[in-house]
Design a protein around this ligand. Structure first.
Ligand code: HPA
Length: 269
C-alpha cells in the first residue's frame, strides 16, 4: 500500500512540486480560494487513485499559488458508504500528506444535533466521536506513515482552530464550534439515534472526515475540519433531510466558508 500511495504522491510532486496546504471539499461544497492557478488534475489521471462515485463529488485537484503557499484543493472525497474500503477512503488524505501538506483542511456537510444550530451555520470541529464501526488503521500498520497506536489527545490543530476562529470573527461570520459524530451511513439517523448522538456529546453528524482525521494523525499531521450544517435534527420533531436539500444548503453556505479560508490562507501558515 505504501508504494501505491508514494507513486500517487510523486506524480503530484512531479506536476506541481511539494504542496503546503490541502483542502478537501465535502458534499455540495464549492471552495473558492483567490490565487494563481498553476494546474489541474483529475483523480482518474493519478496512479492508484480511486474515483468518486457520488454525483456531488467531482474528482479533480486544482493547484494554486497564494503568497508563498502552494495549495491543493481536492474537489471530492471517498466515503465509506460508497463501494470503498477504509484504505480507499483515506487514500486521498494520505497522498496529500505524502505530497508535503503540513496542514489539511477538511470540509463537510453535516446534520446539526445541537439545538442552537441552524441550517447554513458553519461549525469548526473541536473533536470527534467515531461511530462508523471501522477504523482505517485496522490491520497491518504502514510503518512508513506512522506508529500503530497514534495519540488522539489533540486530533484537530488547536493552533489553527484558534486562528480560524479569529479570522471568522474579524469577517463578522458566525462560526460555531463543536463535536462531530462520524457515522457510516448511507441511511440517515432515526429519531432515537439522533437523541443518542446528542446525549453522547455530538453537535453535528456526518458520514465522512473521521477516517481522514485518524489517517492524518497517524502521519503526524494535525488537520482542521469545518462543517456546513445543512439540516438540523431534533429527535422529537424530526424532519426528512433529502440529499438534494443537503447539497443545496451546502452549496449556499460555501461562499462564507470560502471567505474564511481565503483570509486565513492569506496570512500564511
Ligand atoms: N446525518 C448524517 N449525515 C449528514 C446529515 C445528517 O443529518 N446531513 C448531512 N450529512
Amino acid at each position: 500500500m505504501f508504494n501505491k500511495l508514494k507513486e500517487a504522491a510523486d506524480f503530484l510532486i512531479d506536476r506541481v512540486g511539494e504542496i503546503d496546504v490541502a483542502i478537501i471539499t465535502g458534499t455540495g461544497i464549492d471552495v473558492k480560494i483567490k490565487g494563481e492557478l498553476i494546474g489541474n488534475a483529475s483523480y482518474s489521471s493519478i496512479p492508484n487513485m480511486p474515483t468518486p462515485s457520488t454525483k456531488s463529488h467531482k474528482g479533480y485537484f486544482s493547484f494554486l499559488k497564494k503568497g508563498n503557499l502552494k495549495i491543493a484543493i481536492a474537489y471530492g472525497r471517498f466515503h465509506y458508504y460508497e463501494k470503498y474500503t477504509m484504505q480507499e477512503v483515506v487514500f486521498l488524505p494520505r497522498v496529500l500528506g505524502l505530497a508535503g501538506a503540513k496542514l489539511v483542511i477538511l470540509t463537510n456537510a453535516a446534520g446539526g444535533l445541537n439545538p442552537f444550530f441552524k441550517k447554513g451555520d458553519l461549525m469548526i470541529v473541536r473533536d470527534h466521536i467515531n461511530m462508523m464501526g471501522a477504523n482505517p488503521l485496522k490491520g497491518d500498520n504502514i510503518d512508513e506513515l506512522g506508529e500503530k497506536f497514534p495519540d488522539m489527545s489533540e486530533p484537530y490543530s488547536k493552533k489553527y482552530i484558534d486562528r480560524i476562529k479569529r479570522v471568522a470573527l474579524s469577517l463578522g461570520i458566525d462560526l460555531k464550534e463543536g463535536v462531530y459524530v462520524g457515522v457510516a451511513g448511507p441511511s440517515m439517523e432515526t429519531p432515537a439515534e439522533t437523541r443518542f448522538f446528542r446525549l453522547i456529546g455530538g453537535d453535528a453528524i456526518g458520514m465522512s472526515t473521521v477516517p481522514e482525521v485518524i489517517a492524518l494523525n497517524h502521519m503526524g499531521i494535525k488537520p482542521v475540519a469545518i462543517s456546513i450544517i445543512t439540516n438540523v435534527n431534533r429527535p422529537d420533531c424530526m424532519e426528512p433531510a433529502p440529499i438534494d436539500a443537503v447539497i443545496e444548503a451546502a452549496s449556499k453556505a460555501s461562499d462564507k466558508l470560502s471567505l474564511i479560508l481565503d483570509k486565513f490562507l492569506e496570512e500564511g501558515l
